[in-house]
Structures are given as structure tokens and as C-alpha cells.
Ligand binder design. Structure first.
Ligand SMILES: Cc1ncc(COP(=O)(O)O)c(C=O)c1O
Length: 395
């Protein structure tokens, strides 16, 4: 049998410490390795496989579109792109859409849009305030936006124009605002930072401040969007409408896509000011349309809320038995469990050995971001495995 992991180390740049598992097939909330071993997947392609692996609605849309048209250049009109844009606008508070290929690309475009808006309407203001512990992507500008030194320190000099301030602290945003500020960009819940849920008043207070100052609120919903937190978009839960919102991960159930959505008055790009060769190609947009249509038509966000509460209750229930669990936090199917010491890698390995995939989001925390279509019985199965894995930690 081919040793894929050895070949990977020979040919692939070492950018990630991989889990020793080669995934060859997926169906619903399960994946299989080369030897046919089955795993319950609570990583979900890293909050990407909204409808699970190989959902028939998505595979049908992809295969039909693949036979019709995969790519035609954005110089021409293509129908899936327009249909997906219409669907997103009709189901959000935003008016205009631009498609790219990833979360980082969507966020880059959002920053460009905010800077262009600043040039036109805010006397040339260009600075964007972001938060510590955030994650906005891996391009140079998004590394500067991402308030985590570990992603920044290898790449000086970083692009300027970003100020990283404390999360969940609106006064920090107020103090950092100057006449050079054009926007504030935050995640409604910090995903990569460890599933950090801010206080209820945080986003409304930022919004009020942005309105007072005439600056833009950009919500990075790359991870929280498309049903993940129990509403189609996380902003719906805090009564705040962003001026710009970015999406990616779950939007097309695993086919690469990213999107910038903006209010009409903020959508100030003119022809030639932004673009992407493959962004919004018919294949990705057909998968995106099938995904979002299914999520809306089947009331998936409401189901995510209920099944997420079941998951959180189950995890909370472990606290008494395993006192080294210090906190369970999250919304919908974006949930983290934190420990009193750095045992997340050992918990991940113990789960893997028992057939459950989880993510180590911090040295002392694991994260669960399963497909949005999972049901309580799959959560119970995962909790059963986790129970045994946690018991093995206690020994
Ligand atoms: C909130 C957020 N923004 C942006 C990104 C970057 O997305 P991508 O990896 O698709 O570039 C991520 C990825 O984890 C994310 O969680």
C-alpha cells in the first residue's frame, strides 16, 4: 500500500502539523481512511462541509454544472453567479455581492472596498481596526489584520493600516479610532482564536460607534456564516446590520468560494477596481446555490440551534466527572471545550483512536464544528466517544 504520509513529507511544504489520518472518502458526517476505518467527523472540513460530505444536493449541482460550464471568465455573464448573488441578497441585510475563492480573498476585498469608501467619503481614511485573537486569513494584509503575533512575526514588514485592539472591549475600539479610520472589522464570534463569544452588547456598541463616526462595520462571517451559529448569519443574533460582510468556508459545502456582501451605498467599486479570475465561477456558485438553498428550504439554522444546544448540554455534563474541563462555550455548531492544562492534543489523539475527529483550537482547547446536518444521535455518539477519551486523560 502507498505510504501517502511519507510521500507528503517528501513533496509537500511543511506548513501544517497534520493529524496522522489519510482521508479518502466521506459521506454525511462520516469519513473513511485508506483501510476502510470509519470516523465521525466533528471537524467538518474545518467548518466547511455545511451539508456534510458528498450531500446529494451538492454533488448533483456540481456534476450537472460540470457538464454544462465550469469557467467562462468574469468578462461574461454566468447564470449560477447571478442566482447565488440574488439568493444571498434576498436572505441578508446586504445589497451587492462579489465572489472570490477563499476567506482571505474575501476579507482582502472587503478591506479594499472600505479603503475605497474612505477615499471617496471619509477624506482618505484608510485604517482598519481589528481585534487581538482574531483570524482573517493568510495573505500578507490579512496577517496584519489578524491580531495574533504568532502569524505575524515571520513576515516583517507587514502592510500598514491595521490596528489590533482587545476583543470584547468597545472602549479599545473607541480609543483607537482617529480621522484615519475607515472601518472596524470583527468576527461575531472569534473562531480560530478559540471560539470566543463576546458579551451581548459588544456588537451593538461597535455598530453605534461606527454610525456615530460615519465609519464602516465589517463582519467577518467566514466561519460563523451560512447557518453555523444557529441563524443564517450570526449578525442576526445581535440585532446589528454590518455595512460589509464576508463569507467563505460553509458557503459551497467544500467547493472553494468566498464572498463580499455590502450595503448599496458602500458597494463603491467601479469596473477595474477589483477582480478575480476564478472568483464566482459557475461550478463554485452552483455548489453555493445548492448549499444555501438547502439550508434555507430545510430550516437548517433552527436545527443547528437545537442540536448545538444538545451538544453544549452534553459537554457541560462532563464537567463534574472531569474537573479538568474549565469551560464549554459556543453557539450552534461552533463549540469549544477548554481544559485547565495543555491536553488538547492528547484529547484529539484519544478521540481519533476511538473514531471521532475533533480540532485542537488551542493547546488547552478542542473545537467541534461538525456538518450542519448532524442530528442528536450523532452528537450522542460523539459524546460517548469523548467520554471514553476524557476518561483516558484522567488516568
Ligand atoms: C473568521 C475567518 N476569516 C477568514 C478565514 C480565512 O479563510 P481561508 O482559509 O478560506 O482563506 C478564516 C479561516 O479559518 C476564518 O475563520
Amino acid at each position: 500500500m502507498t505510504n501517502w504520509q511519507e510521500l507528503e513529507s517528501k513533496y509537500f511544504m511543511h506548513t501544517v502539523e497534520r493529524v496522522p489520518l489519510t482521508v479518502v472518502r466521506g459521506q454525511g458526517a462520516r469519513v473513511w481512511d485508506e483501510e476502510g476505518r470509519e470516523y465521525l467527523d466533528f471537524v467538518g472540513g474545518w467548518a466547511v462541509n455545511s451539508l456534510g460530505h458528498c450531500h446529494p444536493a451538492v454533488t448533483k449541482a456540481i456534476s450537472e454544472q460540470a457538464h454544462l460550464l465550469i469557467q467562462a471568465s468574469n468578462q461574461f455573464y454566468t447564470i449560477p453567479q447571478i442566482r447565488l448573488a440574488e439568493l444571498l441578497v434576498q436572505n441578508s441585510c446586504l445589497d451587492k455581492v462579489f465572489f472570490g475563492n477563499s476567506g482571505a480573498e474575501a476579507n482582502e476585498g472587503a478591506i479594499k472596498l472600505a479603503r475605497r469608501y474612505g477615499q471617496l467619503h471619509l477624506g482618505g481614511a484608510y485604517e482598519v481596526i481589528t481585534t487581538l485573537g482574531s483570524f482573517h486569513g493568510r495573505t500578507l494584509a490579512m496577517v496584519a489584520a489578524t491580531g495574533q503575533p504568532k502569524f505575524q512575526e515571520s513576515y516583517p514588514p507587514l502592510p500598514t493600516g491595521f490596528i489590533n485592539v482587545e476583543y470584547n472591549n468597545v472602549d479599545a475600539i473607541k480609543s483607537a479610532t482617529t480621522d484615519k479610520t475607515c472601518a472596524v472589522m470583527v468576527e461575531p464570534i472569534q473562531g480560530e482564536g478559540g471560539v470566543n463569544v463576546p458579551d451581548d452588547g459588544y456588537l451593538p456598541a461597535i455598530k453605534a460607534w461606527c454610525e456615530q463616526k460615519g465609519i464602516l462595520l465589517i463582519l467577518d462571517e467566514v466561519q460563523t456564516g451560512v447557518g453555523r451559529t444557529g441563524t443564517l448569519f450570526a449578525y442576526e443574533q445581535c440585532g446589528v446590520e454590518p455595512d460589509i460582510m464576508t463569507l467563505a468556508k460553509g458557503l459551497a459545502s467544500g467547493v472553494p468560494i468566498g464572498a463580499i456582501l455590502a450595503k448599496e451605498r458602500v458597494a463603491v467599486f467601479t469596473p477595474g477596481e477589483h477582480g478575480s479570475t476564478m472568483g464566482g465561477n459557475p461550478l463554485a456558485c452552483a455548489a453555493g446555490y445548492a448549499t444555501v438553498r438547502f439550508i434555507i428550504d430545510n430550516g437548517i439554522p433552527g436545527k443547528v440551534k437545537a442540536v448545538g444546544e444538545h451538544l453544549i448540554a452534553g459537554l457541560e455534563g462532563f464537567k463534574q466527572k472531569f474537573p479538568f474541563i474549565t469551560e464549554v462555550r459556543g453557539r450552534g455548531l461552533l463549540v469549544a471545550m477548554e481544559f485547565s492544562s495543555d491536553i488538547a492534543q492528547s484529547v484529539l489523539t484519544a478521540c481519533l483512536e476511538r473514531g471521532l475527529l475533533v480540532n485542537r483550537v488551542k493547546p488547552n482547547a478542542v473545537r467541534f464544528m461538525p456538518p450542519l446536518i448532524i442530528e442528536n444521535k450523532e452528537v450522542d455518539e460523539a459524546l460517548g466517544i469523548l467520554d471514553k477519551a476524557l476518561a483516558s486523560m484522567a488516568k
